[in-house]
Design a binder for this molecule. Structure first.
Ligand code: ZN
Length: 317
């Protein structure tokens, strides 16, 4: 997994996170990726930073007007599968090394906790990026659609070959079968991505009713306030178009080594690792259990507190 994505993965953590980071920085000589310096919001919940070696893949441009160079294919396995046969035929399962590795790590983590669980993915990008049918974004290797985990009335995992729309009460009707949104696994997926040691999640498009369920589940599982606030920030229902009541659409920020060819647009959460000249969100919004994301104060330039304004959320999925 590590070699294919062109990354050197750190061994299983044994030291304290600060000690590990210092060792990693010492070896790498360059500490641009030191998580404690940038993006401290998930410092206590994110695993130790990897010894980050620039990957060969490059996400060029914007997610809705970009392309992908030296793409990394997402390999399907017993823990990771395409949602539909149609997606399998299209073969748009290419991403940056960072996105692909994040998906693989997440799938492994969930299967490790729930043996037999499979992360079901929709499309990523084409082998060279650019426009693909059915999506406005997904052009630069940093977007992925992911199916919800679900189970049947007996609690058995349901492996559907389609995206399934869930109601507010967490149920869905499929032919003669009632399916249930798997709060525990879906929250684990969100948490795993937010805590990824390498990729930095910018947005997870998902319907408000699903977002509310997931935040409650996170709280039920005892997630830290920091992680819950990060999840509350990234999970948004697009203002226009598809409400995402049947799947997640996950977007990650440009990898530091892909800049400046790779371009990000707001929102810039505290863990954003790019230019300090952007209007970065200084603090995550307070937790809102049943509401859409709230307006958050923004930070202008290098630490100058600007006037409150809404975070400009890109709704291009
Ligand atoms: Zn999508």
């Amino acid at each position: 997994m590590g070699s294919r994505s062109g990354k050197v993965l750190s061994p299983k953590p044994r030291l304290g996170s600060v000690a590990r980071s210092v060792v990693a920085c010492g070896i790498a000589l360059s500490c641009w990726a030191f998580g404690a310096v940038r993006g401290a919001a998930l410092e206590n919940t994110r695993p130790a930073p990897l010894l980050r070696v620039p990957s060969a893949s490059v996400s060029a441009g914007l997610p809705w007007a970009g392309r992908l160079v030296h793409a990394v294919p997402l390999r399907m396995s017993h823990v990771l599968r395409p949602v539909t046969a149609e997606y399998t035929r299209s073969g748009n399962f290419y991403g940056t090394a960072e996105l692909v590795a994040m998906l693989e790590r997440t799938a492994q983590l969930i299967a490790g906790r729930w043996p037999g669980a499979q992360l079901a993915v929709g499309e990523l990008s084409g082998p060279r990026g650019g426009k693909i049918k059915g999506h406005r974004s997904h052009r630069s290797g940093r977007d992925v659609d992911v199916a919800f985990f679900m189970h049947d009335a007996d609690g058995r995992a349901a492996h559907m070959h389609d995206f399934v729309t869930f109601r507010r009460d967490g149920s869905a009707q499929r032919k003669q079968q009632t399916l249930y949104f798997d709060d525990a696994k879906n929250w684990a997926m969100v948490a795993s991505m937010l805590r990824d040691p390498d990729a930095r999640v910018q947005l997870i498009f998902v319907a408000k009713r699903i977002r509310a369920r997931l935040l409650l589940e996170g709280r039920r599982q005892g997630a830290s306030d920091e992680l819950l606030r990060a999840a509350a920030a990234v999970m948004v229902q697009p203002r226009r178009g598809h409400k995402h009541g049947n799947h997640f659409h996950v977007r990650i920020y440009c990898s530091p080594d892909d800049r400046p060819r790779c371009r990000d647009r707001a929102p810039f959460w505290p863990w954003y690792e790019g230019s300090s000249s952007v209007r970065r969100v200084a603090e995550l919004p307070a937790l809102q259990w049943n509401a859409a994301p709230v307006a958050a104060p923004v930070q202008v330039g290098d630490g100058v507190q600007g006037p409150s304004s809404t975070v400009a959320l890109s709704t291009i999925e």
